[in-house]
Design a protein around this ligand. Structure first.
Ligand code: 21W
Length: 255
């Protein structure tokens, strides 16, 4: 079965990578702003992953799951107060239509736990994600109770809705799927998965406007170069991100 997915000319490495995933990862997104997703998912590495059948993303307009003339998705909160809430019926109908019984259902909300690289790695092992984008109005609590497996925030700042956060999650997860990054990108990534920020890097020319590339990098001495890079990365991490300091959570946060 696996064999048929490989062309005769394939080298051994891409063939082995296929062993860990035989079908594309499926990601469904439920949003009030489907048009926001057009650019980011149609460019670069994500587009290539989709074209190669490694990732299957579908964007769904929450309004398509309403049945009234005005395509109503929100209503006033019981108990009063300002603003409106996303009403449960369209979200329930959408999730019941899209999730099957295997999808991991994730609500993007500022009240969620912060999305980190460790969770991106965990999500990359799932077969099917369903991302529900929050809106400024908030969501009826019964959605959380009955449908949602995880609530995620992407950080402590206020956005207008959950569409950008959903794209951030898709991007972080997609690049971890087997075969999405080239061999060079992947091995480079692995060598940084030790919880340090990146060391300073230089390319030609060796001197530019009086600014010189550190001598050790021109020396050709690999051991000295490695030592310099490790020291610089450690120094930078201690200065800028003392909370990471050497990857104390074994988290593999990349720089
Ligand atoms: C902004 C939703 C503010 C809800 C009284 C009670 C998803 C997000 C979002 C948004 C509120 C993420 C209110 C980082 C984000 C998101 C829109 C608060 C108003 N008044 N990660 N509640 N930052 N943002 N609701 O904004 O949906 S993940």
């Amino acid at each position: 079965m696996l064999r048929r997915q490989c062309d005769a000319g394939d080298t051994l490495l891409p063939r082995l990578r296929l062993l860990s995933r035989t079908t594309a990862m499926r990601i469904d997104v439920l949003t009030l702003f489907p048009a926001m997703f057009a650019g980011p998912l149609d460019e670069s590495i994500i587009q290539r992953a989709r074209a190669e059948g490694l990732l299957d993303v579908a964007i769904h307009n929450l309004r398509d799951y309403t049945h009234d003339r005005h395509r109503t998705v929100d209503d006033k909160p019981f108990g009063g107060g300002p603003g409106m809430l996303l009403k449960p019926e369209p979200i329930f109908e959408a999730v019941e239509t899209l999730a099957g019984d295997r999808a991991r259902v994730i609500l993007l909300t500022p009240a969620g736990r912060t999305f980190r690289q460790a969770l991106a790695r965990e999500l990359a092992r799932e077969a099917h994600l369903l991302l529900i984008c929050g809106s400024y109005e908030g969501v009826d609590e019964r959605v959380r109770q009955a449908l949602v497996d995880d609530e995620l925030s992407i950080g402590d700042y206020v956005l207008t809705n959950g569409a950008l956060p959903a794209m951030v999650v898709i991007d972080a997860v997609a690049r971890l799927l087997p075969g999405v990054l080239g061999d060079d990108e992947s091995s480079r990534d692995e060598s940084f998965s030790h919880g340090l920020l990146e060391y300073p890097q230089y390319t030609r020319p060796a001197e530019f406007r009086g600014m010189k590339v550190p001598e050790v990098l021109l020396s050709g001495n690999h051991a000295e170069t490695e030592k310099w890079r490790r020291e610089e990365a450690t120094k930078k991490t201690k200065e800028r991100r003392p909370d990471l300091a050497g990857g104390k959570w074994g988290d593999g946060v990349v720089g």
